[in-house]
Design a protein. Structure first.
Length: 131
């Protein structure tokens, strides 16, 4: 079902500052951030795996609420799947609790989050990447 790691999400207070660190300290290219309704995101390519730097916008979104409890740091890991609808059906059949049963649009394509209690305490996202 899982094809590969698509990205690793890192919650940051200031995406511009984080981008500067990834450029200057690690020598990686940082594309301009793009804006989602409740966050600013920069996708840094690291050997074919993306590092998603995410800064909340406002205090009401899920990322802002997560950072309020946990602060900056690892937020989630995202695995790519071929068919998200089939993957969700299979996971639900196996009793895996999903946060959102209906796929929604995310930065890379259609996404669903799995509850951390099903994945050893790690918030897990699955994505069907846009073609």
């Amino acid at each position: 079902m899982l094809k590969r790691i698509n990205h690793i999400g890192i919650a940051v207070k200031d995406v511009e500052k984080a981008m500067k660190q990834w450029r200057e300290v690690f020598g990686l290219e940082t594309p301009p951030p793009h804006i989602e309704p409740d966050m600013k995101i920069c996708m840094v390519n690291l050997g074919g795996v993306l590092v998603e730097l995410m800064e909340p916008i406002g205090s009401e979104g899920t990322l802002a609420k997560s950072m309020e409890k946990r602060g900056e740091g690892l937020h989630h890991i995202c695995y790519e799947v071929e068919d998200i609808y089939k993957a969700v059906d299979t996971l639900i059949e196996q009793g895996v609790p999903v946060v959102n049963k209906e796929p929604r649009e995310g930065a890379e394509g259609k996404i669903v989050f799995l509850h951390p209690k099903a994945t050893n305490g790690v918030l897990t996202e699955i994505v069907q990447v846009r073609k």
